[in-house]
Ligand binder design. Sequence first.
Ligand code: CTP
Length: 402
Amino acid sequence: MELAGKHLVLGLTGGIACYKIAELTRLLIKAGATVQIVMTEAATQFITPVTMQALSGRPVYTSQWDARMPNNMPHIDLSREADAIVIAPASTDFMAKLAHGMCDDLLSTLCIARDCPLLVVPAMNRQMWQNPATQRNVGQLRADGVEVLGPDSGSQACGEVGDGRMIEPEAAFEAICAFFQPKILRGQRVLITAGPTFEPLDPVRGITNRSSGKMGFALARAAAQAGADVHLVAGPVSLPTPWGVYREDVQTAQEMHDAVMAATPDADIFIAVAAVADWRVDHVSEQKIKKTGDVLPTFSFVENPDILATVAKLPNPPYCVGFAAESGDLDVHGAEKRKRKNVPLLIGNIGQLTFGRDDNEVVLFEERGTTPLPRAGKQELARTLIVEIAKRAPKTGGPLLS
Ligand code: CTP
């Protein structure tokens, strides 16, 4: 589980976005985090401590004078075991307090007495967000090393439209997960292809394959969490775009090729995960092909461009990583394919054991030999692969954090 062993203090302040924190709490708990809820007086007007207690499975604290703490010091004890404090929603007033070091209730006192990182998730009316005082306070919080997540733009509870609404709980969850990942790809630009391609035969039919896109999307997410600037070129899949990733949707191999070639000059690393169709029909019928008695349709095919091999052949290619889903003899095919595509690293797996599944088992093929990795969930495996790729890719861009 992604947040196993992490202890979070989740502080709610007054705002209608408190309803989103029920879902955020559920996501954090599901990912293995321990969540200690602390609420301001105002927050309890929007969602009850009973609800938050039921979701977090722990007693909720709302008062500095809570007699449940044996030493009567909740402001110290609650933050000492925390890996991070997250304030969501963070109201205008609470951010002003934080920026000025004021502490007149349990949550603000806890923040000032903390010895762990602080993340705030603003939620407010657009005019309140744009107010110069709020902008000053946000700038001060950033300068103090506080992570500010959001806000989003869109329609607000008050009926107005603009910047200030809280990011969705899923986005807040993703940002919190990303916060805990080491930034081993900071400053690197990563281009990834994912999913199948779809080669039309006529307006309603086509040829595709069984790639779900899960592995490529998991790699895009892990690369973004590692601090990279990620451009994902995705074939037809029904997967949500990972947080912080720029996504470009394509259908055919030729479209994928064109999108990749346009993006390659800006890429430091290219990871080709897509299961690209090898062939397309040389003539796509404009009308739906009808049954005509005994005569079965025949198609003639032309080969699609090999995107990975084309990029690897460029005069100044990015660091290229290929994938190979084989149906057997992985050792032979993996090594041969890496050489044929002229890439320094190829990640091989057995297709039947991975397509559509949530886990995968891979072998790394390199000039110096092979390295098998243990079977793992695709998200966990993606994080491991990003570590392996970061170790091997030439370093560019900003300073690396370990
Ligand atoms: N690839 C690509 N463009 C293609 C075909 C494959 O970029 N037209 C990339 C895939 O994204 C993957 C790697 O090349 O990273 C290997 O793909 P695979 O389909 O296994 O290779 P093929 O060259 O098609 O070999 P095979 O004969 O086994 O189909």
